[in-house]
Design a binder for this molecule. Structure first.
Ligand code: NDP
Length: 290
């Protein structure tokens, strides 16, 4: 599902339409949730937010909206900033024990006095719809069923549903975070890509990235990737989300500069961003089916 664009007489690449693809996935989930309801089964996600960080509140609000759209029940736990780790862990233990709760999501980042790793580990892996639990990551690593981190899982969907072949392709990932870069590399490998992961200590980064047929950029540096990092005809996936000096959303890729040299590219906004929540809905559905 791609749009072709032509600008100033210059041939522009396929614009990979994350808005349309995420809407398609949410509609598929909605249908399956309705089918489950007919069999008397419901899907329920518990969302926990600690504190009132405005960005987190927006993400949590969007997740609840998506749940309402697809017919997944959402339970909301808004805890004060000063909530102790013990209290949070005890809430998670309670939700782990509730049969009617299928998925548990703790919005990150957590306040500094709470150990995020301990919180992630405390979630029952069967309810780990974010795919951050070490057991979920291990399952991905050895090719067993389990939840997969939503953003990289969404990128695989963007590629597949845009008709972009991964098998045999040279796939370069910039960034090695636990939630994007590393699971991205494992998923591309699972799809039979030839995968290289790069990071801040990579030498001659441009020489490496210029080999990519598929370049996934998850650096967290606005507009860092210009056309000198990109091979002619490459597919470029931009995970970054930032606000520029004019308060406009932008990615890690300098879109205007890179688009004319690649064959397909994700825009920001409207590329990877909407996929994360769509895949969360997919994971919630699969928490019942797994
Ligand atoms: P992190 O900050 O956790 O990781 C950034 C990675 O980029 C690190 O591995 C780091 O290397 C690497 N890096 C930093 N600078 C350079 C450089 N100059 N050259 C090469 N590599 C570099 O970020 P995340 O993975 O969490 O997120 C990346 C971006 O994606 C952010 O903009 C974030 O907002 C966005 N994001 C978007 C999502 C969405 O839904 N669309 C979801 C999640 C994230 P090292 O390990 O050596 O430090």
């Amino acid at each position: 599902m791609c749009k072709e664009q032509r600008r100033n007489g210059e041939k522009m690449p396929q614009i990979i339409d994350g808005k349309a693809i995420s809407a398609q996935i949410k509609d598929e989930v909605k249908e399956q949730v309705a089918a489950l309801k007919e069999q008397g089964k419901s899907v329920c996600l518990a969302v926990i937010q600690v504190g009132t960080d405005p960005a987190s509140s927006v993400y949590v609000g969007n997740k609840k909206k998506a749940c309402a759209y697809v017919g997944i029940e959402s339970l909301s736990y808004e805890l004060p900033e000063e909530t102790t780790q013990e209290k949070l862990l005890s809430l998670i233990a309670e939700l782990n024990g509730k049969e009617e709760v299928n998925g548990i999501l703790v919005q990150l980042p957590l306040p500094g006095h709470i150990d995020e790793d301990a919180v992630i580990r405390s979630i029952d892996p069967k309810k780990d719809v974010d795919g951050f639990h070490p057991q979920s990551v291990g399952a991905l690593c050895i090719g067993q069923p389990g939840f997969v981190s939503c953003t990289p899982a969404g990128i695989i969907q963007l590629l597949k549903r845009s008709g972009i072949e991964i098998a045999g392709k040279e796939c370069i990932v910039i960034g090695r975070s636990n939630i994007v870069g590393k699971p991205m590399a494992l998923l591309l490998l699972r799809e039979n890509g030839t995968v290289t992961v790069t990071h801040s200590k990579t030498k001659d980064l441009k020489d490496v990235t210029k080999r990519a047929d598929i370049l996934v950029v998850a650096i967290g540096k606005p507009g860092m990737i210009t056309r000198d990092y990109v091979k002619e005809g490459a597919v470029v996936i931009d995970v970054g989300i930032h606000r520029n000096e004019n308060n406009k959303l932008c990615g890690d890729v300098d879109f205007e500069d890179v688009a004319p040299v690649c064959s397909a590219i994700t825009p920001v906004p409207g590329g990877v961003g909407p996929m994360t929540i769509a895949m969360l809905m997919y994971n919630c559905l699969h928490s019942v089916l797994l």
